[in-house]
Unconditional design. Structure first.
Length: 247
C-alpha cells in the first residue's frame, strides 16, 4: 500500500529488489548524496510517476525505473555529467535539465549537449513531431531509436552527421524535412559517401528537401546491393519543396 517514499540523507546504498512489488508506489525522493543502487530496486513498481534525484549526483542510470509505465518526465540535476540507459524508459515523453547543468540542456523535451550541437536522445514515449533546432550538427547514433509514435522529423540546415539507421525503428514516421541544401552522407559504400536511410518497417517515408537541391539529393543516392534495395528509402521517396519554410 505504500504510495511514496523519502530516502533519508546519508543513505549510501539501496540493496537488490528493496521495493520489489510495491505496486502503488508513485513518488520517490532521493537524498542529495550519491546512492548506490542494487539490482531491480524498483522491480514491479509500475506506478512510479514522480522522482526527485539527488542534487549532488554526478551520474543517473534511468534503468532503475524501467518497470514503470507511469514515469513520463524526468528532471536531471545540475551536477549530473552522465545519463545512462536513456532509452530504458518506454513511456518517457520528456526530459528536463536544471539550467545550471554545464553538460546537458533540453529543448522541447529532448536531450542535447549544453552547446546545443549534439542530439543525445529523444524519449521513447514521444508522440507526433520532432523539430531539431538550427545549430545542431550531429544526431548521436540511436538518439531516435524506438520512437515508434513520432510521425514527423525536421532536421536543421546545420546537420552534418546522422546514421542511415536512425529512422529504422520509427514505425509511425511519415515525413522527414531536411533543410540542408547539401545532402549529408549517412553511410559509405565502396569507400564513397552515400545518402541513404533504412526504411521503418511499418511505414513509407517521404523525404522533403529544398526544391533547388532535389537533384543533388537524388544524385547522392548511390548503388545499393539488390538484396538491400527494398529496405532503403530511394529516389522515389524524395520530394522537392519550393517554399521550404512552409510545410
Amino acid at each position: 500500500g505504500i504510495t511514496g517514499v523519502v530516502i533519508p540523507s546519508g543513505v549510501e546504498e539501496i540493496e537488490d529488489f528493496a521495493f520489489d512489488g510495491c505496486s502503488s508506489l508513485s513518488k520517490i525522493i532521493f537524498p542529495s548524496n550519491t546512492v548506490v543502487m542494487g539490482e531491480g530496486v524498483f522491480f514491479r513498481c509500475p506506478s512510479v510517476k514522480t522522482v526527485t534525484l539527488g542534487g549532488d549526483w554526478s551520474a543517473v542510470d534511468l534503468r532503475i525505473f524501467e518497470w514503470s509505465d507511469s514515469l513520463k518526465s524526468v528532471r536531471i540535476p545540475a551536477k549530473v555529467r552522465t545519463v545512462k540507459n536513456f532509452k530504458a524508459l518506454k513511456k518517457l515523453e520528456s526530459v528536463e535539465i536544471d539550467p545550471n547543468n554545464s553538460n546537458f540542456t533540453s529543448v522541447d523535451g529532448l536531450l542535447y549537449n549544453k552547446d546545443l550541437t549534439v542530439l543525445y536522445g529523444c524519449p521513447r514515449g514521444r508522440v507526433g513531431e520532432v523539430v531539431i533546432p538550427e545549430g545542431v550538427e550531429s544526431v548521436l547514433e540511436g538518439a531516435l531509436k524506438d520512437c515508434k509514435q513520432i510521425t514527423y522529423v525536421e532536421l536543421p540546415s546545420t546537420i552534418i552527421k546522422i546514421s542511415c539507421m536512425e529512422f529504422a525503428g520509427m514505425d509511425s514516421l511519415e515525413q522527414v524535412y531536411m533543410r540542408a541544401y547539401d545532402p549529408v552522407m549517412t553511410s559509405e559504400i565502396d569507400g564513397a559517401g552515400v545518402f541513404l536511410f533504412k526504411k521503418p518497417k511499418n511505414s513509407d517515408v517521404t523525404l522533403l528537401v529544398p526544391k533547388s537541391a532535389l537533384k543533388a539529393y537524388k544524385d547522392a543516392i548511390r548503388y545499393v546491393p539488390a538484396e538491400y534495395a527494398d529496405e532503403m528509402l530511394g529516389k522515389k521517396n524524395i520530394k522537392g519543396v519550393k517554399l521550404f519554410e512552409k510545410k
